[in-house]
Design a protein around this ligand. Structure first.
Ligand SMILES: [Fe+2]
Ligand SMILES: [Fe+2]
Length: 261
């Protein structure tokens, strides 16, 4: 009720669903060849994408904004689509999906204890880390099918981050003004810890994809500034300028007209 702008997001998610249908599937038949370390990373990210989202949907329903609840369902469907794409990519390379990692189970249990605001802050950490990872996978895998899949997922993730920012902005407005900045500073600190863990965990894969651990962490942290400002004080064109600047020209032209709504 507070924001009212989420009908726009629903529309955007629906438009993307249509575009996806029209575009069709990646060319799975061409197969994929990657270094084992890169495959191992994809296996882990595949599990991360594969939540049922019931948790988040329940909290969104409870928040009492019907438009937001509808947009969240479309968001969850898109993440499930990512899990499916990555599973198909693994299959195209003859690599099995994993059944689950203890850290994901812990993560899911933790999230169940949280309210919507906290849930979105945690989810946003995963999204911001994912942005850098999928960009590395798209640009550094030297495999056409993998680049295609990673590029598709990346362009969705680039929409997810501003979507969560908009809802988090509304959520943070419920907090006393003096606590908002410290909350986001803590969020950045947590993001730093998570990106260090991911860099340590996926170091070999990242190197194969052409980026070292320090660069991965510093790029993630650099992109967090845009998130913090969008949550604290949204600007209408925050995403068209900064997010697009970091993309190579090929993908920049694709979605520019859509940002900043
Ligand atoms: Fe995703
Ligand atoms: Fe996402």
């Amino acid at each position: 009720m507070r924001t009212g702008g989420f009908a726009q997001w629903t529309r955007r998610f629906e438009e993307e669903r249509e575009r996806r249908r029209a575009r069709g599937e990646p060319d799975w038949a061409r197969g994929a060849t990657l270094h084992p370390a890169v495959w191992a990373g994809i296996q882990r990210f595949q599990i991360g994408e594969d939540g049922d989202g019931a948790n988040l949907v329940g909290k969104a329903d409870a928040a009492g904004d019907g438009d937001y609840a509808r947009a969240v369902r479309l968001f969850v469907a898109e993440e499930q689509h990512h899990a499916r794409l990555l599973a198909r990519l693994l299959a195209a390379g003859g690599v099995p999906t994993l059944t689950g990692h203890w850290s994901d189970a812990v993560f899911v249990r933790l999230r169940r204890l949280m309210g919507l605001r906290m849930e979105l802050l945690v989810l946003m950490i995963a999204e911001v880390v994912a942005l850098r990872y999928y960009r590395a996978l798209r640009d550094g895998s030297h495999d056409a099918l993998t680049s295609d899949v990673a590029g598709r997922i990346l362009s969705d993730e680039q929409r997810h981050v501003p979507f969560h920012c908009e809802r988090l902005h509304a959520s943070l407005m419920d907090l006393p003004r003096t606590t908002r900045r410290p909350v986001m500073a803590l969020w950045q600190l947590l993001l730093l810890v998570v990106s260090l863990v991911v860099a340590a965990d996926h170091g070999a894969a990242l190197r194969r994809l052409g980026i070292g651990r320090p660069r991965f962490v510093s790029d993630v942290m650099a992109s967090s500034g845009t998130v913090v400002s969008a949550v604290l004080a949204p600007l209408p064109d925050a995403w068209t300028s900064t997010a697009a600047e970091r993309q190579p020209t090929a993908s920049r032209t694709r979605r520019q007209g859509e940002g900043g709504g």
